[in-house]
Design a protein around this ligand. Structure first.
Ligand code: NAD
Length: 284
């Protein structure tokens, strides 16, 4: 199976990044969203991403970024957007009923050859597979935010995924510059978040129980393990709003941490790296 034409459904935070990275690596990409306002926003996001690529990656000829932008087609018609697609990557909001509805429509209009891949973070492929009408050609392809820097792609099928489809998507991930991580069994959180979420929860517990300050906890982790960043530096990158929403539905200690985040940071506009201040102050 050869992948040449890729369609991305949903042009938000992750969708925009997937669109640009895939086009940057030479694929034809069709970007689909529900209305023109969403597409306009994504065009602006992608113009900003081009600057980030120049800043963050070495030796990128500026012309290659223009060429990438030129390989993107924009559409608000699902049928037109997928008519030649070899692969559809879905990055619509993490709501099961919405995703199932999108897969129902997609299954009706996409050609039989098309592989469907979901960027879902917590929903398992088996919760969506029957809605696609082609469960054997469906799996999850999960990216990490800022995909040009944090370039892992976790690939996770469900029991009915065709192994050839799985292998094709692993190769595609490699072809767009990701390091593919093959997941053998369905697992919410894949590998990355199965490690990261409890790690961050442990760090928040140390703070909220008054055991140590964020800087001391981070220093311990960095020096003790050689890791480049400690948990509170990671919280600042994830964003304190996101951390708040995740903690709010966690254990009682995590809920106390959510309250702490709200009172000391969020209510003061300190959301982490994106606002220039969180647990640490950043140069803008
Ligand atoms: P987002 O809210 O930034 O973007 C979602 C986009 O989907 C919006 O542009 C919205 O207009 C569009 N949309 C809504 N309904 C649609 C429909 N019916 N058809 C097509 N598009 C539709 O969301 P996001 O953060 O990019 O997340 C998208 C998916 O990626 C989620 O499943 C999320 O869990 C996953 N994900 C997010 C991150 C992250 O760090 N943000 C990381 C990995 C995976």
């Amino acid at each position: 199976m050869t992948i040449k034409n890729v369609t991305v459904l949903g042009t938000g935070v992750l969708g925009s990044q997937i669109i640009f990275q895939t086009a940057f690596k030479g694929f034809n990409v069709t970007a689909y969203d529900i209305d023109d306002a969403s597409l306009d926003k994504a065009r602006q996001t992608i113009a900003g991403l081009a600057h980030r690529y120049l800043e963050d990656l070495k030796d990128i000829p500026p012309a290659s970024l223009d060429a990438a932008a030129g390989r993107i087609t924009w559409s608000t018609s699902l049928a037109a957007a997928v008519k030649d697609a070899d692969l559809v990557i879905e990055a619509v909001p993490e709501q099961i009923e919405l995703k199932r509805k999108v897969y129902g429509e997609l299954g009706r209009v996409a050609p039989p050859k098309t592989i469907f891949a979901s960027n879902a973070s917590t929903l398992l492929p088996s919760a969506l597979a029957d809605a696609t009408g082609r469960p054997d050609r469906f799996l999850a392809l999960h990216f990490a935010n800022e995909i040009w820097l944090h370039n892992i792609a976790e690939i996770m099928g469900h029991p009915g995924t065709d192994p050839v489809v799985f292998a094709t998507v692993v190769q595609f991930a490699r072809d767009i510059g990701m390091v593919p991580i093959e997941i053998h069994k369905e697992k919410a959180g894949y590998v990355l978040n199965s490690l990261l979420v409890p790690f961050l929860a442990a760090a928040s517990g140390l703070l909220i129980e008054g055991i140590a300050e964020p800087a001391a906890i981070d220093k311990t982790w960095r020096i003790g393990t050689g890791a480049p960043k400690g948990p509170f530096e990671i919280f600042d990158i994830v964003g304190l709003n996101t951390a708040y929403h995740i903690s709010l539905v966690g254990s009682p200690a995590q809920q106390r941490f959510a309250q702490y985040l709200k009172e000391n940071y969020i209510d003061k506009g300190k959301l982490g790296v994106e606002t220039g201040e969180g647990f640490y102050v950043y140069r803008k």
